[in-house]
Design a protein around this ligand. Structure first.
Ligand SMILES: [Mg+2]
Length: 414
């Protein structure tokens, strides 16, 4: 096969970094430098930790735990409310920079992209220098750091960007696998969750290198044939999946989360879905869209996908409606099996603002819509006053400008 070249670009502690850029513009502390979390309600100290800074991690604070528990671990913890509409702007701004380097970019999540740099040698003869250029440009123009993984395929690029953080470029070429990847604990192999790692442990497999050398027949004692082949290939750095040139939001809006610890109870699944609902709804609102169809996807430990979707009577852009619908879909279709991936998708997008009037109008809908709108406008005003206060062009200003320019581009293309 042709030699490929893939970059994986991953924002370092994305939500914390993006909130830090937002707060810095308002004269707040740099959330990245202090023990801080994003998520929940800063006043009541309720809710769930959506993200944590590196200093907060040192106190043993983990994503997904209650804010009250995090505060017990670190009494002077700084708590920032999440602002998904702002995160969407940051995400779009960073992806717009990445997109300049190749025609083939895959948006993998709100803070990760894959770039297919294969055959770009004429324009960018030195891939490592190009990786540094992208990383430094994002920091200079937008004020937050990324890691870049440079490799011959998506799996290895993703593994490489996960090496030492933040603000680093790492390579992981085939010949580097024994030295850089094989000594790592098997749980660090992408898609190897806690329960898979435990199963491997029962075969005395602790490192990725040991997994790579284990015969398939042995792996089939603990995994399905498909699962065994998957882990055998991954441990050996084999991944033929293409970088899909997917324009974000071409058909709809979706988010997928591959979890580190398999999801085994409804509450943890719903926490992931809630975060996704916030993100996808904010992305859709940023484009002035409303969806008529909501779907959930999940993948079990044998890599079998299951999807379930529903068509709404009327289109919506309200986070709460989207979340509650997704919750019902999960309740109907999930039967308690451990999950490694959960996804939420919004499709059948209505962009002209036309809304059918239903005879069965949800009485709370207008209230909820008003809530979303007022939150958005408070955020908008908050951001604008911050921009006015800053004497020089700051990074949050640049993010807003770049976001507006992207929106303009989109309108022209449509
Ligand atoms: Mg990240």
């Amino acid at each position: 096969m042709e030699n490929r070249l893939v970059f994986h670009i991953d924002v370092n502690s994305a939500f914390v970094s993006w909130s830090a850029v937002e707060q810095l513009a308002l004269g707040g502390p740099d959330l990245r430098e202090v023990p801080s979390i994003v998520g929940g309600d800063p006043n009541t100290r309720t809710g769930i930790v959506a993200a944590k800074s590196i200093p907060a991690k040192k106190y043993g604070i983990v994503t997904g735990e209650p804010v009250s528990a995090a505060v017990r671990k670190c009494p002077n913890l700084v708590i920032a409310r999440s602002n998904f509409d702002w995160y969407v702007k940051c995400s779009r701004a960073f992806k717009a920079i990445c997109q300049e380097y190749t025609p083939t970019m895959q948006s993998f999540s709100i803070d990760e992209v894959f770039l297919d740099m294969t055959g770009m040698g004429k324009i960018y003869p030195d891939p490592i220098a190009t990786a540094y250029e992208i990383k430094d440009r994002i920091y200079r123009e937008l004020g937050f750091t990324v890691n870049v993984g440079v490799a011959p395929n998506k799996l290895l690029a993703k593994m490489a960007s996960d090496f030492e953080k933040p603000n680093k470029v790492h390579t992981l070429f085939m010949e580097e696998i024994p030295e850089k990847m094989w000594p790592l604990p098997v749980g660090e192999l992408f898609t190897c969750g806690k329960s898979s790692a435990l199963k491997l442990k029962s075969l005395n497999i602790d490192t990725i290198g040991q997994l790579a050398k284990t015969p398939m027949e042995q792996l089939q004692m603990i995994f399905s044939e498909r699962g065994a082949l998957h882990f055998h290939n991954y441990a050996n750095g084999i991944d033929d999946s293409p970088v899909l040139d997917e324009r974000e939001d071409a058909k709809g809006y979706s988010a997928e989360t591959t979890v580190e610890e398999d999801l085994v109870d409804l509450d943890s699944i719903l926490q992931v879905i809630l975060a996704q609902a916030d993100i996808v709804a904010a992305r859709m609102r940023a484009d002035g869209g409303k969806c008529r169809c909501i779907g959930v996807t999940f993948r079990n430990l044998d890599f079998v996908n299951k999807s379930h979707q529903i068509k709404l009577k009327e289109s919506t852009d309200v986070t709460d409606v989207i979340f509650r619908t997704a919750k019902e879909l999960i309740k109907e279709s999930w039967h308690g099996e451990a999950l490694r991936l959960v996804g939420l998708s919004l499709s059948d997008i209505d962009r002209d603002g036309f809304e059918q009037i239903s005879l069965f109008e949800d009485p709370d809908k207008e209230k909820r819509k008003a809530l979303d709108a007022s939150l958005d406008s408070i955020r908008g005003r908050f951001g604008n006053s911050a921009v006015q206060r800053a004497s020089t062009l700051n990074t949050s200003d640049r993010i807003n400008k770049r976001f507006k320019a992207e929106q303009e581009n989109d309108r022209i293309k449509k």
